[in-house]
Design a protein around this ligand. Structure first.
Ligand code: SAM
Length: 447
């Protein structure tokens, strides 16, 4: 009886896809979703020169998106510890890559409303120079993965928060230049990764997800400045969760943003020309990968009331507080950015002002560099500020041992140092009597 129910759901899913793609293509699609996607990484454009990129390019995320062609796993390399790339499924690169072709992220204040584990947040933050990004994840147990991925990428321009979208919308209406909503969805693109999940699929869940997406988008709309951009994405195929959400936004006065016609991906599935202009899809049997949808729309430039912002300077005289012999291992005077202190953690943040509300509610502000509570311990976020005198180069075997979390022996005076290999600063150690205690946080160690 139970088996019959499961088969019925799989049949229903097939019929829905048949309505989108036709019978012949749906068979190809069904074969493709049961396959694992090829491994891929997105190189960190802030750290990696073009000449160091490896592997065949991901066509819709050039030049930094690459298929992983080495025999070893991408998670087992010292380059991963060095933050040189983020391991990201190729179709998941579409949303920010497409948006970046029509939005100049460099000076923007960006919100990623559903950010964990951080693929799109880190991709967008790497495009930002003078602005910053708020990476929000409502589910607290997903914050660790998000913050460690941000820290591994050496990004100091992200504030991590954990708030319900409606709370953010009440507090910061009209504040953001760009809001990214990579929505929780029915995950039809992830069937290959989750055994039997196709049999657990249901129309009821699609409807539930669509309603939740509508509610998140309502808050996202409030959070945007007039003239700001909303980037909406999912990893599912159901039109209710994709084109129909964009249709709703357009019906509420959003303007479609014309995505480049020559992107090597699939068009949106809609009779509505405006939806086709601003939306794209990836299908596993056509472009490869798990599948994705993106839509980019712009809030009308109407004179909506914008909230009053209470700005907060990072600290009264932030850099002076870090000068002196206490921190000989990190650059403070000439360091780009500002130092914030919260709950005994001193962090390096790229931006001089953030609203008081973000400072108060932020789970992490920029890159944590000093833990005052634990005897002024050096934190991983200080790697980008390493003083040249504190950097100690090691060979490959020692670098790998360090990345695994092992202790090293170094002939150096007692104090904090940074282990580097091949020009890559991997992380801190604390030397006492030539014993270099490994300070690479456990979540960043190679297993
Ligand atoms: N953007 C992430 C990335 O690229 O790595 C993936 C985001 S995932 C598709 C969707 C996220 O939405 C999950 O982290 C989930 O915890 C979060 N989420 C679940 N319910 C939510 C809600 N009601 N409002 C906002 N976010 C929610």
């Amino acid at each position: 009886m139970k088996q019959k129910g499961k088969n019925k759901r799989a049949e229903q899913f097939f019929t829905r896809m048949e309505n989108l793609l036709g019978t012949g293509e749906t068979h190809l699609f069904m074969d493709a979703i049961r396959q694992y996607s090829p491994k891929s990484v997105r190189y960190n454009r802030k750290l990696v020169p073009l000449s160091d990129l490896n592997g065949a390019p991901v066509p819709w995320c050039q030049p930094y998106g690459r298929y992983w062609e080495k025999q070893t796993l991408p998670s087992r390399s010292v380059e991963y510890t060095a933050g040189k790339y983020y391991i990201q499924e190729a179709s998941a690169m579409l949303a920010i890559s497409a948006a970046s072709q029509v939005i100049d992220f460099s000076g923007k204040i960006v919100l990623d409303l559903a950010a964990a584990p951080g693929g799109k947040a880190t991709q967008a933050a790497e495009l930002i120079n003078t602005g910053y990004l708020v990476a929000n994840e409502v589910i607290k147990k997903r914050l660790d993965a998000l913050t460690w991925n941000i820290n591994r990428c050496r990004l100091n321009n992200i504030v991590v928060t954990s708030l319900a979208p409606n709370i953010l919308a009440q507090t910061l209406p009209g504040f953001f230049d760009v809001v990214v909503v990579d929505a929780p969805c029915s995950g039809e693109g992830l069937f290959s990764k989750q055994k039997h999940s196709l049999e657990k699929w249901s129309e009821k869940n699609v409807r539930f997800c669509a309603a939740r997406q509508g509610s998140i988008l309502k808050d996202a709309a409030v959070l945007l400045k007039p003239g700001g951009y909303l980037v909406y994405s999912t990893c599912t195929f159901a039109p209710e969760e994709n084109e129909q959400q964009v249709e709703l936004l357009l019906s509420r006065g959003f303007i479609p943003v014309d995505l480049p016609g020559d992107m090597p991906v699939s068009p949106a599935i809609s009779e509505n020309e405006n939806i086709r202009l601003c939306s794209r899809r990836i299908f596993p049997h056509r472009e490869g990968g798990a599948g994705a949808f993106v839509g980019v729309v712009q809030k009308q430039n109407d004179p909506l009331p914008v909230g009053q912002w209470k700005f907060h300077h990072g600290q009264s005289d932030p850099v002076i507080r870090l000068k002196g012999m206490r921190y000989p291992h990190i650059r403070t005077e000439e360091a780009a950015g500002y130092f914030y202190e919260k709950n005994g953690i001193i962090s390096n943040f790229s931006h001089e002002y953030i609203p008081e509300f973000l400072l108060q509610s932020g789970y992490q502000i920029g890159a944590p560099v000093i833990d005052k509570i634990r005897a002024y311990d050096c934190m991983f976020g200080s790697v980008q500020l390493a003083s040249p005198e504190a950097i100690i180069g090691v060979g490959e075997a020692e670098a790998e041992a360090y990345a695994r979390g092992e202790e090293l022996h170094l002939n150096a005076a007692d104090g904090y140092y940074y282990i580097a290999f091949n020009g890559m600063v991997l992380g801190p150690v604390k030397v006492a009597n030539s014993r270099a205690v490994n300070k690479l946080p456990k979540p960043l160690r190679l297993t």
